[in-house]
Design a protein around this ligand. Structure first.
Ligand code: NAX
Length: 331
């Protein structure tokens, strides 16, 4: 059997728990690929990973390879094909007696983590490794990791697939359609409430989704608000943040890069801007993406952007520039 080496940080957390079985079951990488898992946690909880390892073993997947637990990223990142960086320090946590509420503080603390993780992956992971940052603030964490990874042949992404899936679900409900009827969903910008889900360039049965819906008021008020605030709505209802749907979106992102993207679709993730759509080079920014048969990812070009959409894209760009400025000492 072929083998794939996958590293997951924050593996004992709630997204990690929902993610591991789906990585190992054969669903993600195929039934002919053994999945070797390197699970990473902070030293205080690394022992809990032994429970996850036992559960994975007890699932009886033919596709499960080795499962190793680590608290050291350098040791964990050797020969890794994929790194799913889920672990990060959440807003509201108390560190050294101080409650971390300010974005700048949060960015700096996570910046330290992603500096080290980026270096470890840049030096030890495979030359063509793909790295998906889930831990928030995902785009700026990915920017820090990518900068310190300093390895151009590796691909860094920040996850916006959950936002894209949320957007598709809202459109499917509104139009009484199947999810599979909705294609080409783009989330422009930051994984934050400033993200812009684009219905002009999304398609329903080959037509522009905004044209099909034909209700600009719903798009500009209800749809945007629901998608942008969905994470908070789930926390309010569940008393905990999205885990199953976040893990599912991470799996969707990995799968999207494993085969050539169908001609009538694309997928959404944040990647390093090359200046496309006048987004400043060097931001990790949500774009419409395609993968080729070799897993190479490129940004879909030449989409029309309305004046309204440009205003929204400018807003999320500015937020990412502000975040970059907050962590400029770390770059
Ligand atoms: P949990 O608090 O359940 O788990 C996080 C885990 O990460 C903990 O077990 C913690 O010990 C570990 N961790 C912290 N620092 C680490 C480090 N340096 N190395 C290794 N492990 C480390 O959070 P969970 O609900 O699993 O969420 C994880 C992250 O995903 C959060 O930052 C959250 O904000 C983010 N999210 C991102 C989403 C996205 O679409 N990009 C959506 C869902 C989610 O909110």
């Amino acid at each position: 059997m072929k083998e794939v080496n996958v590293l997951v940080t924050g593996a004992a957390g709630q997204i990690g728990y929902a993610l591991l079985t789906r990585l190992a079951s054969g669903e993600t990488f195929g039934s002919d690929v053994k999945v070797n898992l390197n699970l990473v946690e902070v030293p205080q909880v690394v022992s809990r990973l032994e429970g996850s390892r036992m559960e994975l073993e007890d699932c009886g997947f033919n596709t499960l390879g080795t499962v190793k637990n680590f608290s050291d990223m350098n040791e964990a990142s050797g020969d890794v094909d994929w790194a799913l960086l889920v672990g990060s320090i959440p807003r509201g946590i108390t560190i050294n007696g101080k409650k971390i509420e300010e974005r700048a503080d949060l960015l700096k603390i996570n910046g330290g983590i992603f500096t080290e993780q980026g270096k470890a992956l840049g030096e030890n992971a495979k030359a063509d490794a793909k790295i998906l940052v889930v831990g928030n603030p995902a785009n700026t964490n990915a920017l820090i990791g990518c900068t310190h990874g300093n390895n151009e042949s590796q691909t860094w992404m920040a996850m916006t697939a959950l936002d894209a899936n949320r957007a598709k679900a809202q459109v499917a409900n509104k139009c009484n359609l199947e999810i599979s009827d909705i294609k080409k969903m783009t989330i422009w910008g930051n994984h934050s409430p400033t993200m812009y889900p684009d219905l002009d360039n999304a398609e329903i049965k080959g037509e522009s989704a905004s044209g099909w819906i034909n209700d600009q008021n719903w798009i500009e008020s209800d749809f945007l608000r629901i998608v942008q605030q969905r994470g908070k709505a789930i926390i309010d209802a569940r008393g905990a943040s999205s885990a199953t749907s976040a893990a599912n979106a991470a799996i969707d992102t990995v799968k999207a890069t494993l085969s050539e993207t169908p001609a009538d679709d694309w997928f959404s993730s944040a990647v390093l801007s090359d200046g496309s759509y006048n987004v400043p080079k060097g931001l990790i920014f949500g774009f419409p993406l395609k993968a080729d048969a070799n897993g190479k990812i490129s940004i879909v070009q030449d989409l029309p952007i309305s004046e309204y959409a440009q205003e929204k894209i400018d807003l999320t760009t500015q937020e990412l520039l502000d975040e970059k400025n907050d962590i400029k000492d770390l770059l």
